[in-house]
Design a protein around this ligand. Structure first.
Ligand SMILES: Cc1cc2nc3c(=O)[nH]c(=O)nc-3n(C[C@H](O)[C@H](O)[C@H](O)COP(=O)(O)O)c2cc1C
Length: 170
């Protein structure tokens, strides 16, 4: 797998992603590492366009991806189970993005936690209400998936500020 070519993809074709590929992506997420192996991360897969439409206005800068995506996954975590639910969710999201890329599928992390919609209503609360998610869960982000319509080049090593890497001490 070429991790270095990975980019965020926000424009998708209408080509349907097979259920088999969706399961491959979810399996990687289910197997992702978590603090004290508590897991506790759960996933809501949304393919239904009517639900995607309801979700699409969940944050201020409304973006088209939930509507254009072939499917999306809302990552939720039981906050009472682990104090690292944000980190655990982040790992699962990252691995899903990489696995999708490996399968030729583009994706976009869409932040939920800490965001509000145009009426200043908390984005987490909006999503929890629409998807009937119990109170004790936190919603870090959702991820949209689809075959890439846009072509983006991977980064070249020289484009990245290499001075962020320190050796032995700062
Ligand atoms: C924590 C986090 C939150 C993000 N939230 C959003 C978002 O709400 N909307 C969006 O379009 N992209 C979002 N992104 C994607 C970033 O904008 C993207 O990773 C960044 O611009 C670098 O582009 P690349 O992934 O192609 O390297 C998010 C990424 C991360 C890691």
């Amino acid at each position: 797998m070429n991790f270095l070519s990975r980019r965020t993809i926000r424009e998708y074709t209408e080509e349907v992603i097979s259920e088999e590929k969706i399961q491959e992506i979810l399996k990687v997420a289910l197997f992702s590492p978590s603090s004290r192996n508590k897991r506790g991360i759960e996933f809501i897969v949304v393919k239904d366009k009517k639900i995607a439409e309801k979700l699409s206005g969940y944050k201020k800068k409304v973006q088209n991806m939930p509507l254009e995506a072939n499917f999306l996954v809302v990552v939720i975590a039981d906050k009472t189970l682990s104090d690292t639910w944000i980190e655990n969710s982040s790992v699962a999201l990252t691995l899903m993005q990489l696995k999708a890329w490996d399968l030729g599928i583009g994706s976009c992390w869409m932040q939920v936690r800490g965001r509000v919609d145009n009426n200043n209503i908390d984005s987490e609360e909006i999503i929890k209400k629409i998807l009937e998610i119990p109170e004790k869960y936190g919603v870090l982000a959702l991820m949209t998936f689809g075959y890439p319509k846009e072509k983006k080049e991977g980064y070249e090593f020289f484009q990245i500020d290499n001075d962020r890497i320190h050796y032995e001490k700062y």
